[in-house]
Design a protein around this ligand. Structure first.
Ligand SMILES: [Cu+2]
Length: 441
């Protein structure tokens, strides 16, 4: 009997010891994890009061103007312009810093209420109060947010909390007003530096090679109706012009601020040089925005685009992704992906890094292009398939090439969108220009 009792106490004592050890071990694991989590999830800095933040004060006016199309058409537009500046399309690109206290003052010169929404921004105030949807007497929604009446003004404020690429646009009768041109790009730069897309060193880009490609589609019949003071039938929306940065191809290739496109200041050509580990290691930064209501599939001939951000959020999962059974610091997982054709839904934005690699490394002397590439030589307009070289072009072909640079079309993959009006080739297309190393002299 006594042995049995000793035996049972022995097991009980052992069980208690095991339990104590287990508790000790798991609390150690928890403590270690907490330390690992704290190390991988730095506490955000305490929020600053409005007054303590760097201020970004922006003054816009909602006004009218015209844009030109390559087929000779002149289209009536609405747009946000800098308070002291001329009408432009698209509206000015706004660039602020992460953490800025942003104030956007809007004065309305249009014959109907106009507002601004900032998709992707939170805590937006209108005249100091949280923005509210606006309803008419019958309870119908007439504006997504507080608007400025005709001849009136309104002030929006928000903290630009997250770096990324965003759209700003009217939230009043958006189908009509965004169609008319009341939209622009908003870029929030990260705290770690102006040539990073996000607070992640992997999103570094070449400081001189940052490009915005803002896509949109236009139905001139709607613009004509508004110009004539008639209410357009938005259900009959049928676009016939497709633009990048407010221009149709080939105007997309005209220089920024081209005098013959007075209201369309933004160029769309993407210019880069071949990747080189030492002389040219950094990618170009491509900010894609679809301000239209149609989905657009945008194809980057020449090489793929590495998508690193979507709708102002980095394509990485949060650095706080830790698991109780994994006691090590986890880097943010890279969810970026390579795309050769980027499909953007209405209002979507993408950030992409672009590197062009000279896979062939053609050199007339040491690595001459095969004879069959003569046609390519013609296509680049340089008469040579080798980067940085020019050759003789077939008779009657005009040399449009500057110094042996390459060109690749970047364009919508919907053929219908590659026209101007109902006529000639044009539309939603621009060029990737790959200069030879060091650029053109
Ligand atoms: Cu193509």
């Amino acid at each position: 009997m006594k042995n049995m009792l000793d035996h049972r106490y022995k097991w009980l004592i052992l069980a208690v010891i095991a339990l104590v050890l287990l508790v000790a071990a798991s609390s150690t694991v928890v403590a270690l994890n907490e330390r690992a989590r704290a190390a991988s999830c730095p506490e955000p800095p305490p929020p600053l009061d409005w007054g303590e933040r760097p201020a970004a004060n922006i003054r816009l006016r909602a006004t009218t103007g015209h844009i030109l199309t390559p087929d000779g058409n002149r289209i009536f537009m609405w747009g946000f312009a800098d308070e002291g500046g001329a009408f432009q399309h698209p509206s000015p690109t706004l660039t602020v810093q992460e953490g800025d206290a942003v104030t956007v003052h809007l004065s309305n010169e249009l014959p109907e209420p106009v507002s601004i929404v900032f998709p992707g921004q939170t805590g937006v105030l209108a005249n100091g109060k949280p923005v509210q949807p606006q309803l008419d007497e019958q309870g119908n929604l007439i504006s997504l947010v507080d608007a400025a009446p005709p001849g009136g003004e309104i002030t929006y404020t928000f903290v630009a909390a997250k770096p990324g690429t965003y759209l700003y646009e009217s939230g009043t009768q958006p189908a009509k007003q965004v169609q008319m041109g009341l939209f622009g790009a908003l870029i929030v730069r990260p705290a770690i530096g102006a040539n990073y897309a996000y607070n992640d060193v992997r999103t570094i880009f070449h400081p001189q090679r940052e490009y915005l490609l803002l896509l949109h589609e236009l139905d001139p019949a709607i613009h004509e109706a508004v110009e004539q003071g008639r209410e357009p039938d938005m259900t009959a929306f049928w676009p016939r012009y497709w633009t990048i940065n407010g221009r149709c191809f080939p105007d997309t290739e005209a220089p920024a601020g081209a005098s013959w496109l007075p209201s369309q200041p933004y160029q769309a050509t993407v210019i880069t040089e071949p990747y080189d580990e030492t002389t040219n290691p950094l990618p170009a930064m491509i900010r894609l925005i679809n301000a239209g209501v149609h989905t657009h599939s945008f194809h980057t001939d020449g090489f793929y685009l590495r998508l690193i951000g979507q709708n102002g959020r980095p394509l990485t999962d949060s650095v706080c992704d830790w698991h109780p059974l994994r006691v090590q610091k986890l880097p943010a997982r890279d969810l970026s992906r390579a795309e050769f054709t980027v499909t953007l839904g209405a209002g979507q934005t993408y950030d992409g890094l672009f590197i062009w690699t000279d896979a062939n490394g053609l050199e007339p002397g040491t690595n001459p292009p095969p004879a069959q590439m003569a046609s390519v030589a013609g296509a680049t307009g340089s008469g040579s398939a080798a980067s940085g070289y020019q050759g003789t072009l077939p008779v009657n072909v005009v040399m449009t090439n500057e110094c042996g640079e390459y060109y690749f079309p970047w364009h919508t993959h919907s053929e219908r969108e590659l026209v101007n009006g109902d006529g000639e080739m044009g539309g939603m297309m621009t060029m990737l220009r790959v200069n030879p190393p060091g650029g053109c002299p």
